[in-house]
Design a protein. Structure first.
Length: 213
């Protein structure tokens, strides 16, 4: 009788431990989940703000005539496949180390300097990818210039940009639906950095801003 009770107790403890482990696992997964409805709304609001900037702002790359005829940027439809949330692998590089800064070549042949912040890994179509993250010296936002297999066909040949925020625990949302063209795609007089080789993705990113044609 005692052995039977001990067996039942042991089974109960094992079941409880397994349940706790499963709950912890689900909680951990929950931390890396994102509300896609909220994200979709955020993307649409951001796109409207970008249209307003291009059409009305004095720093818009569009000429006065282009602003008059501007009907809005063309984007791929929102696709949750291209939304990722996860941990930033931060770099700890001493300021005296030459690797602390990343120097980008611009379309004008000049250089522009950013801080190397870290890298972010994501999985798309079953394959792992890594993208380098940078930060402007004057901004808290993260800057991600990149190129992919759509460049020169469906999107601007010079690549696209992404910006995102640092979240609690040094996590971030990588949402390619908010990828946008550099200003020089609209006006050659503007200076734009060229995405570095390490951010040339060997995959089509069919999200974000695209060509009109």
């Amino acid at each position: 009788m005692i052995r039977k009770k001990l067996f039942i107790t042991a089974v109960f403890i094992l079941f409880a431990s397994a349940s706790l482990a499963a709950s912890a696992s689900l909680a951990a997964e929950g931390e890396n989940q994102i509300d896609l409805k909220t994200e979709h709304k955020k993307v649409l609001e951001w796109r409207n703000e970008r249209d307003t900037f291009l059409k009305t702002h004095e720093r818009s790359p569009l000429t006065p005539k282009e602003k008059e005829n501007f009907k809005g940027v063309k984007y791929y439809p929102f696709d949750s496949t291209y939304v990722f949330i996860g941990q930033i692998e931060r770099y700890t590089i001493h300021i005296n180390n030459p690797e602390y800064y990343a120097t980008f070549l611009t379309n004008k042949g000049t250089n522009k300097r950013y801080l190397r912040y870290g890298k972010f890994q994501f999985k798309l179509d079953g394959k792992e990818y890594s993208i380098q993250i940078y930060k402007s010296i004057l901004s808290d936002n993260l800057f991600i210039p990149f190129k992919d297999k759509t460049n020169g066909r469906e999107t601007y040949e010079g690549g696209r940009y992404l910006e995102t925020e640092i979240q609690l625990g040094y996590q971030m949302v990588l949402d390619f639906n908010m990828a946008y063209y550099p200003s020089c795609a609209y006006n050659k007089n503007f200076i734009c950095v060229i995405p570095p080789k390490e951010n040339m993705l060997e995959v089509e990113i069919r999200a974000g801003e695209r060509n009109f044609k």
